[in-house]
Design a protein around this ligand. Sequence first.
Ligand code: UDX
Length: 441
Amino acid sequence: MKIAVVGTGYVGLVTGTCLSEIGHTVMCIDIDQNKVNKMREGISPIYEPGLDELMIKNIEEKRLFFTTNHSEGFENVDVIYIAVGTPEREDGSANLSFVEQVAKDIASHIEKDVIVVTKSTVPVGTNDWIKSVIQNNLVNNVKVDIVSNPEFLREGAAIYDSFNGDRIVVGAENVTAANTIGELNKPFGIPVFKTDIRSAEMIKYAANAFLATKISFINEISNICEKVGANVEDVANGMGQDNRIGSQFLNAGIGYGGSCFPKDTKALVQIAGNVDYEFELLKGVIHVNQKQQEILLNKLDDRFDSLEGKKIAVLGLAFKPNTDDMREAASIVITKYLIEKGANVVAYDPVAMENAKKILDLNVNYASNTIEALKDADVALILTEWNEFKDLEIGSFEKNMKLPVIFDGRNCYDPKIVENFHVEYHSMGRPSIKNIHLLNV
Ligand code: UDX
């Protein structure tokens, strides 16, 4: 099939590339000429394991193309995917101006019947509105069907998820359109769940809100564990073995970040509010998530009289491992606080430092590797669980730091191993280890 994908952000580029990999001819459209030039050479504007290789392969095999030109991009296409951003407005609602522009572009360019598939996360009812925007602006006499096809890709594992997801949700009014999109996706070998448009839109929000709820739930359990002397990892393990609960998304830490959970949870509260329903549980989930970063900082404040002049090694800046994405990363709030307290912050992240430099406080210093960051530091704060940090010998903290005091916001190390070293180790929801006896610190 001939497909156009509008928007080559995270979702659009991964979707377009994977659709070309399963044999479709895909034209990706973006307004940014520089980005398009790079993508034509197989250079992805985002860090995503495996993406560049897959782009290069499909560009060479002449199935994957990039353009800034809508006439060229929409020429003769059977299906158009909308994958532009829906950024958060100040009140938490989704900003649909990019989606509206795409709908108008589609209406003014298409010359034959098409199916328009919405990948962007949009509030319930938006697909009906998209249809009316297209219909009201159509230049030619053609038929347009709308399908809601939300994505469930995790950053850092998006290529894997594209080929191994649990389900593909297809929401449509028209059975033929739903079947066509089901067929188009068949080579992925993933079950297709067909439903109506509004339910499909709701599935995306409900799924993300539920996963965020699991995280905030385990974080609250973690906070209680600390006070009653239990170990949250064992608690999560014991809970997760119950199939009704499931073992995933029960890792306690400094809360969820990224481009989806923070935005989608707030948007769902807003969607509910618009129909006079107060989503109390989800409001709590959001509040707990915001508090979780403070909990780590409170522990740090309790440990030291003052952070003034202390060298603090911050390991990990991205909102999670295997991505350079800094959106809603805990490191933003945490480094800001440390700088305000007069600390000397030296940060290191394996891939997110370039992006971090654009948004973190200018006073944050950057190291070129973990050991450089740890050198003579008074405290190490682990904010992202990169393998590079998880694989670190605990001895490296002892050897390189002035005071080997570690605050691990992501539970990277097994306390049983840490116990063998002369370090002080504070993690989330697990008993602290104090194997150093230092005076006046
Ligand atoms: C998420 C959803 O998983 C995906 O289905 C959706 O399409 C987009 O949003 P993503 O944001 O890429 O994907 O990352 P994910 O792996 O889900 O993690 C989100 C955040 O939750 C990260 O900050 C992560 O550190 C945190 N998290 C996740 C936890 O704190 N504990 C967990 O157990 C799992």
